[in-house]
Structures are given as structure tokens and as C-alpha cells.
Design a protein. Sequence first.
Length: 110
Amino acid sequence: MAIEIMNNLFISNLIDAFNESKKPDANKNLSILDEDVFFKKVYKHKYVFMTDSGTNLKDFIAVDVLLDSIEFIEDNLNCGKKVIVHCKMGRNRSAFIICGYLMLKKKMMF
């Protein structure tokens, strides 16, 4: 089940993010996964490759994903759209992105 973190921003796991009965009527999905899934070709949403360790390639760090994801969230929320942020289990990568969003854009401290 998708959990509403703040108005129009949700966190979820992979299965529930695409389950019509468990997700809110969201306009946009932000998928943060370390594998190629069939959803990215079926559903229109933003797909970001990221491993649980936060690094992907020799020259890649999680900050790149974080800043790009925050911009996606902010742009869509400002347009009045609902956004679901999810990774495979809904615990690590998606929480990292949402915490980063809340800290950078909403000035929350954790």
C-alpha cells in the first residue's frame, strides 16, 4: 500500500506502486530500481537506476540520482500532480529520495 508522506507525495514498494487497487490515483511514478523491469516500457513514469549501496558505476554517486529525482518530484507537485516514489521493497532507495526531498525542499531535519 502506498503511504502518503505529505500532500500528494507517496512512498511505496514496486508491486503496490503499479497495483491499481493499492495505489492512490497518482499521476506520476518515480521508480528507483537496480534492474530492468517491464513496467518502464508499459507505464509512463520516470525510471532511475540505483543500487541499494548508492553507487552504480565507477564515476556515479547517489547525489546525481537524488538531485534529478528531487527536481522530478518538485516539478510534478508544483503542477498539482500526485507522485509515488518507489523502489523494490519501499524501504531504502525510495526513503533516501523522499528524505532528501524533505530536507532540501522543505528544510526538515532528520
